[in-house]
Design a protein around this ligand. Structure first.
Ligand code: TXA
Ligand code: MG
Length: 314
């Protein structure tokens, strides 16, 4: 049997590819990213093309350390405070420095840049070895499920995209994105860093992004993270022919049934969300019924991804 995964790139080749303007997928603790030198317009264009991503949707720039991040973005004292979560699953949208070597396609001309230092050691070593910040959206075709393993990246893009295998993502859901307006902190996307942790550090609340506000994440589209199958949310059991994604004690399916966390643990559920959806999608079921997930803690991000995955598609 032919093995789709016989040709993963090793660390040195990944460094070489990224240094010389090619794209390469790599692991972060949240989801796999499809990386390119953020200063190389052709490389970044290749990322947009591989993903078929709309050009108005800017990319997150991944840095190895704070010194690298400070070369591309302006940090206020409040931004520095939030950067204490790094390395980790937090993206800060900050004013881009005029001297930053970041191509316009990365920022979609917004005047701000999304920056993050990933918690995955291999990712930081990769960026350090390349010696430049890496622009990297999630390594999936635009609008589809995010990948949490090298195998899922390969299945999404076949052999067109080289992948550095960094194991299974430990968080399993994308970073939380925060914007800063003066002394206000606005959550542009819920994610793997829970709101209460941010609020605890700040000592006050984090606002939600509003439509038409001065800062927003252009990528927050109603339909996103979509499996091939339709999703039916807040289901207590599968209807005939449906696959079932359970949580806690809600195990509503006999066939094609997986549970995000039998113990009802939201951290475990976030880690399993995309990989379980990939697996249930592969069963060929037309619909996946999904158990209710509480809204507390990481449940905010899980419910956000599920509602976009269930939204009507274009
Ligand atoms: O965990 C993650 O954040 C993963 C890993 C690979 O780091 N990346 C990721 O990238 O989720 P992507 O491209 O799938 O989502 C990036 C989001 C989009 O919604 C985009 O609109 C927003 O970040 N974004 C990027 N730069 C921005 C900026 N300057 N202003 C506002 N939103 C921005
Ligand atoms: Mg994405």
């Amino acid at each position: 049997m032919s093995d789709l995964f016989t040709n993963p790139v090793d660390f040195d080749l990944a460094v070489e590819l990224l240094r010389t303007g090619a794209i390469c997928a790599f692991a972060t603790e949240t989801v796999y990213g499809l990386g390119a030198d953020a200063g190389n317009g052709d490389a970044v264009l290749a990322v947009y093309q591989a993903k078929q991503r709309p050009r108005f949707n800017p990319l997150i720039v991944h840095c190895a350390d704070l010194a690298m991040a400070e070369k591309i973005a302006e940090f206020s004292p409040l931004a520095h405070r939030l950067a204490e979560f790094w390395p980790g699953a937090l993206t800060l949208v900050l004013p881009v420095r005029s001297t930053a070597n970041i191509c316009d396609l990365v920022t979609a001309g917004l005047g701000t840049v999304g920056v993050r230092i990933p918690g995955h050691k291999q990712a930081r070593e990769l960026i350090r070895s390349v010696g430049k910040p890496l622009a990297a959206p999630s390594a999936n075709p635009s609008g589809k499920l995010s990948p949490t393993s090298a195998k899922q990246v390969r299945l999404s893009f076949s052999d067109h995209v080289p992948v550095l295998d960094g194991g299974e993502c430990t968080a399993g859901i994308e970073s939380t994105i925060l914007g800063i307006i003066g002394d206000r902190v606005v959550q542009l996307r819920s994610g793997a860093l829970a709101r209460h942790q941010i609020e605890q550090k700040l000592g006050h609340g984090v606002e939600n992004a509003k439509q038409g506000a001065p800062v927003s994440a252009p990528g927050m589209l109603a339909s996103h993270y979509a499996p091939r199958a339709q999703l039916r949310l807040n289901a207590s059991r599968a209807r005939p022919g449906e696959a079932f994604l359970g949580f806690g004690e809600v195990n509503g399916g006999e066939n094609n049934s997986l549970n995000l966390s039998p113990a009802g643990d939201l951290t475990e559920a976030a880690k399993n969300l995309f990989s379980h959806l990939h697996r249930l999608d592969a069963t060929g079921a037309k619909t996946v019924a999904v158990a209710p997930i509480p809204l507390s803690g990481l449940g905010e991000a899980i419910n956000d991804r599920l509602s976009r995955a269930a939204a009507p598609r274009k």
